[in-house]
Design a protein around this ligand. Structure first.
Ligand code: SF4
Length: 104
């Protein structure tokens, strides 16, 4: 019986220790994301089909922000979507005031 109690106490101590470690790591390793990334992702069709050559819409949004992809690479997207993303990026510079050069 004492053995079971010791095992339970050890499991609790290890669990609490790991929880504290994960909490510390999530704070210490937190990376600020460009707020435009989610906004541009939301403006894409979000079919995650990969037809644009990226592994999903969020990756495509990052590629647009990096000026590596053209908006026309998104095959399910229409002209209205492209215009909305272009207008959004023309109104939202990054932290340093730089605007994305949108490739249609
Ligand atoms: S082609 Fe368009 S809908 Fe498909 S993954 Fe790329 S951005 Fe998303």
């Amino acid at each position: 019986m004492d053995g079971i109690v010791i095992v339970i106490i050890l499991a609790l101590v290890v669990s609490i220790g790991l929880a504290l470690l994960l909490s510390f790591a999530s704070v210490a390793l937190h990376v600020e994301e460009d707020p435009r990334l989610q906004d541009v992702t939301d403006l894409l069709p979000n079919q995650n089909c990969g037809l644009c050559g990226n592994p999903g819409c969020k990756a495509m949004a990052q590629s647009i922000l990096d000026e590596d992809s053209r908006l026309s690479q998104c095959k399910p997207g229409d002209q209205e979507m492209r215009e909305l993303i272009k207008e959004y990026l023309e109104e939202h510079p990054d932290e340093s005031g730089e605007y994305v050069k949108v490739k249609m």
